[in-house]
Write a new protein. Sequence first.
Length: 112
Amino acid sequence: MDCLFCKIIVGEIPSEKIYEDDDMYAFKDIDPQAPVHFLVIPKKHIQDADALTEEEDALIGRIFRKAGELAKELGCDKGYRIVNNCKEDGGQTVNHLHFHILGQRSLQWPPG
Ligand code: AMP
Ligand code: ZN
């Protein structure tokens, strides 16, 4: 399968790893939008949020909790943002489900 993030998971494309376990992989975003900006992805290829099924409920819960844990380890004790872009209007450019974690700056709301 020609998927950038699947290639990152297996090490075919280099990345700056932050965390890995059997089910998920976390790495720094190549084009950071905040002093802390990393991505957490399931190792299983899932296209986007719309492709999720009941089977992934526990996995997504674990990813969310781990995302917060990692954000705090990286110094985001004043807060952070978890973002998922879904499909074209959501601004998704890589079609492998991923959560952005941004922090260590004051983020605006609503986003553009
Ligand atoms: P999205 O626009 O939500 O699909 O986010 C895709 C993200 O992947 C963007 O923030 C990119 O900067 C990031 N990205 C693309 N290629 C790489 C890469 N090789 N390593 C790390 N992050 C990447
Ligand atoms: Zn993939």
